[in-house]
Write a protein that binds this ligand. Structure first.
Ligand SMILES: Nc1ncnc2c1ncn2[C@@H]1O[C@H](COP(=O)(O)OP(=O)(O)OP(=O)(O)O)[C@@H](O)[C@H]1O
Length: 229
């Protein structure tokens, strides 16, 4: 991946405390368009907090987050909500699908929130579920799905809007290693096909190996920058 152009998303010197805990103490990270970046590090090193700040879910106490020309850390809630609908997709460790909705409606929801009709949104949701091999489970509710099926649904929901950045926080953390490898391979191939960049948090070296580049956090700071892996 070329890094001659500027980063798509850049966090600089982030500081964030949760009460008395300093989760980030000057963490920096850059994500380039179309790049898959793994953020690794021990439990409690600040990985999720970094992702939340870079996705505009949490505001840092200090430092900056630039998304193209926009300062995410200081922009309005309305603008952040809009960006999360149009430019960003998010996948968490446990899919966090809405339990009352069918899988198809879960995946259709982000499109409907962006103004697509229900019929069109459900059709596109069905296509994405098919791409992830769970098209036959569209009428099921999340509680009826296996962990791998639910996580594939969460991937479809994150990608259905054509985001430029997918934030994935331990997306395979709740799966066994075989299902985890499959979901990771599917995430990477879907992101490559659509040109989305991925910020991937993991503590698993096998999962990190899917990334183009890795940064390692320790005690809320980038401990080491590694090149292509
Ligand atoms: N909402 C919160 N309230 C209080 N403390 C928090 C909160 N979120 C995170 N922390 C603390 O901040 C530090 C960094 O947490 P964070 O979840 O970012 O680390 P992590 O590297 O993602 O950890 P893990 O790999 O265990 O998920 C930890 O000490 C954690 O206990």
């Amino acid at each position: 991946m070329s890094t001659t152009t500027g980063p798509l998303l850049a966090a600089r010197d982030l500081v964030k405390s949760h009460g008395r805990t300093d989760a980030l103490r000057g963490a920096s990270a850059e994500l380039h368009a179309g790049e898959i970046l793994a953020v690794t590090g021990p439990s409690g090193s600040g990985k999720s907090t970094l992702l939340h700040c870079m996705a505009g879910i949490v505001r840092p106490d200090g430092g900056s987050v630039h998304y193209e020309g926009l300062r995410l850390d200081i922009c309005t809630e309305d603008r952040l909500s809009e960006l999360r609908r149009t430019d960003f997709g998010v996948v968490f460790q446990f899919g966090r699908l809405i339990p009352e909705l069918t899988l198809t409606d879960n995946v259709a929801l982000p499109l409907m929130l962006a103004g697509t009709s229900r019929r069109e949104a459900r059709a596109r949701a069905g296509e994405w579920l098919g791409r992830f091999g769970v098209g036959h489970r569209g009428d099921a509710r999340p509680g009826e799905l296996s962990g791998g099926q639910a996580q594939r649904g969460a991937l479809a929901r994150a990608l259905v809007t054509g985001p430029r950045v997918v934030f994935a926080d331990e997306p395979t953390g709740a799966l066994d290693s075989l299902a985890g490898e499959q979901v990771m391979a599917e995430l990477v191939s879907a992101a490559r096909a659509s040109g989305a960049a991925v910020l991937l948090i993991t503590h698993d070296a096998q999962v990190a190996a899917y990334a183009d580049r890795e940064i390692r956090l320790a005690d809320g700071r980038a401990a080491a920058m590694e090149g292509a892996i």
